[in-house]
Design a protein around this ligand. Structure first.
Ligand SMILES: [Mn+2]
Length: 319
């Protein structure tokens, strides 16, 4: 079985590099650090490379060791977590993936391209951290408390605090197991989900103020521009979850949040749905993807074109 091969790969190599998707969220950071801590405990030489990691995950072991760029030229093994295609890790990381002797991926996104030598992919799983938990179990590695904190962080954030579709018995079993291990669920829930930066609060106010509705209130749309970020002095992670504001409004099926990444025409779209629209299909049209109820895409076009294209596609999906 693939996990036996992965265990062999873990045991028989020395240098490892870990990557996750761009603009990492709690599941990406939790997954990356869970693998990092596991391999570190096995005495391996490794790095987890990521950029724009939200500071609210600083309580996780290994957070301070995250590097923006890998320090070696080449690694025996490259591991990609929480990512449907290695092209969705930062472009500067692609060569490290391509030059590794062996590649491994753990993921739960739809339309995963099975891009590694060894792929552990379960689209029905609500968090990559949940896949890692069962994978570690199968391989006979018992997670330490520090690893349990990483796993719980990913599970809490990707399930929206145990409420999103896909949350299942294994999710609660994992949470229960973490609590039993001594993990402080209250603190992790607060740090990863409910406590927000003052700058994020300011962004949310703007996003709420700009909320527009289409298709009889079934589509909610809002946005943040680079000028807003500059004025408020936002930090990585401040845009996370703003799309939920629209989804939580009664009657809304699709919530769209658009934010400007770089001045002059790169926008990140985040989409959420409540009951029947597969937003990953909409995002796929723009080169993105994700999950049935949560997806995103990067759009290189003007703000007006991006807004129009997204709303048009959303309307087509509304019943
Ligand atoms: Mn995830």
């Amino acid at each position: 079985m693939t996990l036996d091969d992965i265990k062999n790969t873990f045991e028989n190599n020395n240098t490892f590099i870990v990557f996750a998707h761009v603009t990492p969220d709690g599941d990406a950071v939790g997954s990356g650090l869970a693998v990092y801590n596991l391999l570190k405990d096995l005495g391996k030489e490794l790095e987890f490379a990521a950029k724009d990691v939200p500071a609210n995950f600083e309580y996780l072991k290994g957070f301070d060791s995250i590097v923006e760029m890998p320090s070696k030229d080449k690694y025996d093994v490259a591991i990609v977590v929480d990512c449907p295609d290695y092209k969705r890790i930062r472009e500067v990381y692609w060569p490290y993936f391509e030059n590794a002797k062996t590649t491994i991926e753990f993921d739960h996104h739809t339309k995963n391209t099975m891009f590694a030598d060894y792929c552990i992919v379960d689209q029905a799983c609500p968090a990559c951290c949940q896949i890692l938990s069962s994978s570690f179990d199968y391989m006979g590695y018992e997670a330490t408390k520090a690893i349990a904190e990483c796993l719980l962080t990913g599970v809490i954030t990707d399930t929206g605090g145990f409420k999103n579709e896909g949350t299942n018995m294994e999710t609660f079993e994992l949470a229960g197991w973490c609590v039993n291990k001594g993990v402080n669920l209250t603190k992790i829930y607060k740090d990863s989900m409910t406590t927000i930066t003052r700058t994020k609060f300011e962004e949310e106010k703007i996003a709420m103020d700009r909320m527009e509705f289409f298709a009889d209130g079934k589509i909610a749309f809002t946005y943040i521009l680079k000028a807003d970020d500059d004025k408020i002095k936002t930090v990585p992670g401040d845009h996370d979850g703003i799309v939920e504001i629209g989804r939580n409004i009664k009657g809304v099926e699709i919530s769209i949040f658009l934010y400007e990444r770089e001045e002059g025409g790169t926008y990140k779209a985040s989409l959420r749905s409540n009951e029947y629209v597969d937003v990953s299909e909409i995002c796929l049209l723009f080169g993105g993807g994700g999950h049935v109820r949560a997806a995103g895409a990067t759009m290189k076009m003007s703000f007006e074109d991006a807004k129009k294209a997204l709303i048009n596609e959303a309307i087509k999906n509304i019943k």
